[in-house]
Design a protein around this ligand. Structure first.
Ligand code: MTE
Ligand code: MO
Length: 398
């Protein structure tokens, strides 16, 4: 955990660009996935050339945007580290020297801290919980009309067991001043040009002091993969991953709302209904996630045998709380799915159902313990955030 770790971008990533087209084509043809985005382009290559990663869908090479192939979610409720999606706004360091690493806690505190990794790990009780890390723009490529930005299919998410120390313990160690209102987080990645705003995110002090908000050093029982934020990342269970700052090196306590770019301009949701083309509507920073459910063992357009029952399997998430139920809508029928074991309110939960037939579009609909159900229509917003409507698929009887 606390030993020196250096990971370099694989030479293959660099060499791939130099391969001749004749050689590259058959490889691409074999290792392509079709994200079935409305209107396309939908084909992406699968590439195992990133450090600590197996085959992921390459949305962008550098800074990496790597999507988890959806079939991974059918294999288990936890997402393996080597298949966990990756999203960086700016180039990140490709090597971390743990001996040089320090986490700063500063700003509106009585005694600023500069902690070595080992001191962070020993700063309080170690806690562990399962939680879904989901990009606010997960599924952006599925919106109609289409929206600019990373054209994610549905795999910009993953569920892991996170282990770390409470952020609150670190804040209390530094001693919050009475006027502390927000806490801002920054990582080791830097903008490639001097004028671009550093990636920093902040949360209100009551969120920062929550019992389950942690500075994590492990994921599924192992050190964080470099691309998922080694050596430390913030985990805000139930909130979109934009707040889960990776390679966390700076915690700054603020006495007023953060007016820097990534809070004041980006990652904001309209507070009123909007339609394509609307301008000048009020917005607020995105925060808690919404309930969602997916079928994992069939994709839209799959062929199935006619006249036979259909086994459906899937996953669901409550958003910022647990799941009360998953219904499956088919034609004018609503059937109640069987839920798998509860492995934590912030994690994925499996569900299953056997349908007598597949006449009509099929859509799983999650209701969380706060009685929030997924809408039947996809809400549209100009950034393609927080997709949450029922995801219908149609199966073709053959
Ligand atoms: N330091 C840093 N942390 C970051 C980001 C980033 O660009 N830099 N991107 C955020 C966003 S928008 C997402 S979706 C998640 C992605 O987490 P992952 O790469 O571990 O899947 O990291 C978040 N934390
Ligand atoms: Mo994101």
């Amino acid at each position: 955990m606390c030993e020196d770790k250096s990971v370099m971008m694989s030479r293959r990533t660099l060499l791939a660009g130099g391969a001749s087209a004749a050689l590259a084509l058959p490889v691409l043809a074999k290792d392509m996935v079709d994200l079935r985005l409305p209107g396309g382009p939908s084909l992406r290559s699968l590439d195992p050339a990133f450090p600590g990663k197996g085959k992921l869908i390459v949305q962008r090479v550098h800074p990496p945007l790597l999507e988890t192939p959806f079939s991974v979610f059918d294999q288990g409720v936890m997402t393996p580290n080597d298949q966990f999606y990756v999203r960086w706004h700016y180039p990140m360091p490709t090597e971390i020297k743990v001996t040089d690493f320090r986490l700063q806690v500063r700003g509106a505190v009585k005694a600023p801290l500069s902690l070595a990794l080992e001191e962070v790990v020993k700063s309080g009780e170690i806690i562990e919980l399962a939680a879904v890390n989901q990009c606010a723009g997960n599924g952006r490529g599925q919106f109609v009309p289409r929206i600019p930005g990373a054209q994610w299919g549905p795999g910009a998410m993953g569920n892991a067991e996170w282990r770390g120390v409470r952020l609150r313990d670190l804040l209390d160690k530094a001693g919050l001043n009475a006027d502390a209102k927000f806490v801002r987080f920054g990582g080791l990645d830097e903008p490639p040009v001097p004028d671009a705003p550093a990636y920093r995110k902040s949360v209100p002090i009551d969120i920062a002091r929550r019992d389950d908000v942690m500075v994590a050093f492990a994921m599924n029982g192992e050190a964080l993969p470099l691309l998922n934020g080694y050596p430390l990342r913030l985990v805000v269970p139930g909130w979109y991953a934009t707040y889960w700052v990776k390679m966390l090196s700076d915690i700054e306590v603020l006495t007023s709302e953060d007016d820097s770019f990534w809070m004041a301009k980006a990652y904001r949701m309209p507070t009123v209904p909007v339609k394509p083309g609307d301008k000048d509507f009020p917005t607020t920073p995105i925060g808690a996630m919404v309930p969602r459910a997916w079928i994992t063992n069939h994709a839209d357009g799959d062929r199935i045998a006619a006249g036979k029952p259909i086994e459906l399997r899937g996953i669901a998430m409550g958003g910022d709380c647990g799941i009360a139920k998953v219904d499956v809508l088919i034609g004018d029928k609503i059937l109640c799915a069987t839920l798998g074991p509860d492995e934590g309110q912030y994690g994925f939960r499996r569900w299953s159902l056997t349908l007598p037939d597949a006449v009509g579009p099929i859509g799983p609909r999650c209701t969380n313990v706060k009685s929030v159900s997924q809408p039947l229509e996809q809400d549209w917003n100009p950034n393609g955030y927080a997709r949450g409507g029922v995801e219908f698929i149609s199966l073709v009887q053959a």
